[in-house]
Write a protein that binds this ligand. Structure first.
Ligand code: ADP
Ligand code: ASP
Ligand code: MG
Length: 405
């Protein structure tokens, strides 16, 4: 008898028929004698339409109330699955985030899990129930409802699996595993039967939304066995593994892209000590994540400073930096939302050179202009024009020999 956590994403619970299929899958495992905890996302598209609704009521909707609103998406699916299981004569109980004691900080819309009590879950499991939990949500120490950031129900699942010391956390989604690139963009992408947490962390942080980045952090930290697979087939999926098990590895193992990028340029910035600190402290104080940074030195003691932020933070970042421009006496600030980040990743890069030049050459052949570059030990990222993102992914996938036969 094992304790299994299963998480079903938005497309897997998109309509009543699919929820019935989920119920059948869960029931089958339960019949085999396993203890079952099921984490659900909202139906596909629901979180987006709730956000749109909030946007119709106010230009910048109150963040606390937005989380109260968004949490209803997952509340709906959790209830619907429990109703379905009960109608099939299975003992099921649905729980919301706060009932499952998912305690977070109070950073609305991007809260981090601090602790999971899980007493009630354990109790319900001991009474032979199938426990169905609304993903993506928690509550802070004051009892306010919070959400974990877009795609966050993966994190709910892995964190709950960690708290329960589950034998396995299965992530059911609309693709049958983790691929060398997004299979919906690159038809030649290959499914990986396993991937190291380190590489998955890198791919998730660079835009591969198949797993929410913080779910991978939890898996790594708490040694949770995570298995990504399709809710529409019985195909074998991808296992997340701790450490690097393959002796022979390709230098580059994955290509990712993200369109959630925007670029901000401060023109004519005085070239003096303390100025960069002012620019980036202002962003940090506003809780805006800055990713890549470049500085061009101009004549006359002035520089241009360009950096990227998540597209979702673009307007706020522009506002913040407009004030900084006035304060430091820079010329002006410009913004560009039409950009994307394309990256190559692989643990094998640690011990190989020539990856960057190969990447730049491949992009050049397709006439794709590189605006910014950043590197780490196991990745190289380039900022390019947004409309060329998919072409860049396919080009790099071929260039690094990842295409399937
Ligand atoms: P869910 O709603 O089940 O959480 P998501 O849409 O969040 O599903 O994540 C699954 C999607 O991730 C896939 O449909 C696919 O387009 C995308 N994806 C991006 N990169 C990859 C990759 N390397 N491997 C598999 N899927 C990927
Ligand atoms: N429903 C949330 C979202 O769309 C959480 C999730 O699906 O993981 O972002
Ligand atoms: Mg997801």
């Amino acid at each position: 008898m094992a304790l299994i956590v299963q998480k079903f994403g938005g497309t897997s619970v998109a309509n009543p028929e699919r929820i019935r299929n989920v119920a059948k899958r869960v029931a089958k495992k339960y019949d085999q004698g396993d203890k079952m905890v099921v984490i659900l996302s909202a139906m596909a598209g629901v979180t987006d339409s709730l956000l749109r609704l909030a946007g119709e009521m106010a230009e910048t909707p109150d963040r606390r109330e937005v989380d109260v609103l968004l949490a209803t998406g997952e509340q709906t699916t959790a209830a619907l699955l429990a109703i379905t299981l009960k109608s099939m004569n299975y003992p099921a109980v649905s729980l919301l985030g706060f009932q499952a004691e998912v305690v977070t900080d109070c950073n609305y819309s991007n809260a981090r899990i601090i602790d999971i009590g899980a007493h009630r879950i354990r109790e319900l499991l001991d009474q032979q129930n199938i426990v169905v939990i609304a993903g993506f949500q928690g509550c802070d120490a004051q009892g306010n409802i919070t959400t974990l950031g877009r795609g966050g129900s993966d994190t709910s699942a892995v964190a709950i699996a960690a708290a329960l010391k589950a034998d396995m956390c299965e992530i059911y989604t609309d693709v049958d595993g983790v691929y060398t690139a997004d299979p919906n963009v690159c038809r030649k992408a290959r499914k990986l039967d396993k991937i190291s947490c380190e590489e998955m962390l890198e791919m998730a942080s660079l835009g591969a939304k198949v797993l929410h980045i913080r779910s991978v952090e939890f898996a790594l930290k708490h040694n949770v066995l995570v298995y990504v697979r399709s809710s529409f087939s019985e195909e074998e999926g991808t296992m997340l593994v701790n450490g690097n098990h393959d002796m022979e590895r390709p230098v580059v193992s994955g290509i990712t892209y993200s369109k959630n990028e925007a670029r901000i340029t401060l023109k004519g910035v005085p070239d003096q000590p303390g100025i960069a600190a002012k620019i980036f402290n202002a962003a940090a104080d506003a809780n805006i994540n800055v990713d890549m940074i470049i500085q061009n030195t101009l004549a006359g003691g002035k520089t241009d400073l360009t950096f990227t932020v998540p597209k979702t933070e673009f307007k706020r970042a522009l506002e913040v930096e407009r004030k900084v421009v006035e304060e430091i006496g820079a010329d002006n600030v410009l913004g560009d939302e039409g950009i994307a980040k394309v990256s190559v990743t692989g643990i094998g890069m640690k011990s190989h050179s020539g990856v960057a030049s190969k990447m730049f050459s491949a992009l050049a052949v397709e006439n794709i202009n590189i605006m910014m570059i950043s590197t780490s030990e196991i990745r190289i990222s380039c900022i390019i024009e947004e409309k060329k993102a998919e072409l860049a992914v396919r080009t790099l996938h071929t260039a690094f020999g990842l295409d399937k036969e």
